[in-house]
Design a protein. Structure first.
Length: 305
């Protein structure tokens, strides 16, 4: 997405069913200070399955390899929802690769999940059952256009989807229309089942994340129905050293629905509590431009949840 050569390297990881332009609404603001790369996870956006699994460990391995291709130096990982969990797993398992974390409504496990919207629970249960999930998504794909799919997802993720910039919505629709939606649904199902398993075993997953050490910014939408605000409050109670800000009247994707608030909070953190992470991600990185084709301008595809 661009940015100054001397700026800290920020690698952005989207949520389940999303893509790299989940970050397009705040990209211009972030690249004033940072070099931002937005990565499509396994089977999402322009990244094919390619024999890989689109589960949490498969996504993390992709991120690990991507960071190695950039020279193996520390980066700040920025993740929303599922991407937040993948970023945290990478920081826990390969701490030398992560200078800092920016977690936006992350799907991190806690001892108690709290109240979740019934529609979200129903979707996860349908997807969890082998055969049923496949039939459910096949029928939904048959009945909905790319535009309908995008607007449905934004309606769930946002309190007011009209706040999402029109050109960003258009980019979502364009990419969704040209993707292999059957393959995208297979990746979505694999991701959903893996995420549900980890959430169903919170103690096991929390143990993997017990020793997160990098400077961390936690941002959360006040009215998120996918990852309730109560979850973020429990996370911050266990990590009081993290910076925590709440976006009032906003849902699951503040970087799309509250662009100025989100970019402002990130920029402020990079200049204050996150300054050590920014310095490490700047001075240590020697990125070779052109070495990795990230498909910057293709569009997001917020496909099916």
């Amino acid at each position: 997405m661009g940015g100054p050569d001397e700026g800290p390297l920020v690698v952005a990881l989207h949520g389940m069913g999303g893509s790299h332009l989940s970050w397009s609404a705040i990209g211009a603001a972030l690249t004033r200070r940072s070099r931002v790369l937005a990565l499509d996870l396994v089977g999402h956006g322009l990244t094919p399955m390619g024999g890989r699994r689109a589960d949490m460990d498969g996504h993390r391995r992709l991120v690990s390899g991507f960071l190695r291709e950039l020279g193996g130096r520390p980066a700040i990982l920025m993740g929303n929802s599922m991407g937040g969990l993948v970023a945290a797993l990478q920081a826990a398992e390969e701490p030398e690769s992560v200078a800092g974390l920016i977690l936006i409504d992350p799907a991190l496990p806690t001892a108690r999940l709290g109240l979740v919207h019934p529609r979200v629970i129903a979707n996860l249960l349908l997807c969890a059952v082998p055969g049923v999930g496949e039939r459910y998504l096949t029928e939904r794909r048959r009945r909905t256009t790319a535009e309908q799919s995008v607007h449905r997802v934004l309606g769930i993720c946002c309190v007011d989807a009209s706040r999402v910039p029109a050109d960003v919505v258009e980019a979502h629709v364009e990419l969704t229309a040209r993707l292999d939606r059957a393959q995208a649904d297979r990746a979505y199902l694999c991701s959903a089942r893996s995420l549900s398993t980890m959430m169903a075993r919170p103690a096991e997953t929390m143990a993997r994340l017990e020793h997160l050490r990098p400077p961390t910014l936690l941002l959360h939408g006040e009215r998120d129905v996918l990852v309730p605000l109560a979850v973020a409050r429990r996370m911050i109670a266990a990590h009081r050293e993290w910076r925590f800000d709440v976006a009032p009247g906003v849902g699951h994707v503040p970087m799309l629905e509250a662009t100025e608030w989100t970019s402002g909070a990130i920029d402020e953190w990079l200049g204050r509590e996150g300054a050590p992470a920014a310095a490490e991600a700047s001075t240590a990185n020697h990125w070779e431009p052109g070495r990795v084709d990230v498909g910057v301008r293709a569009g997001t595809g917020a496909r099916d949840g």
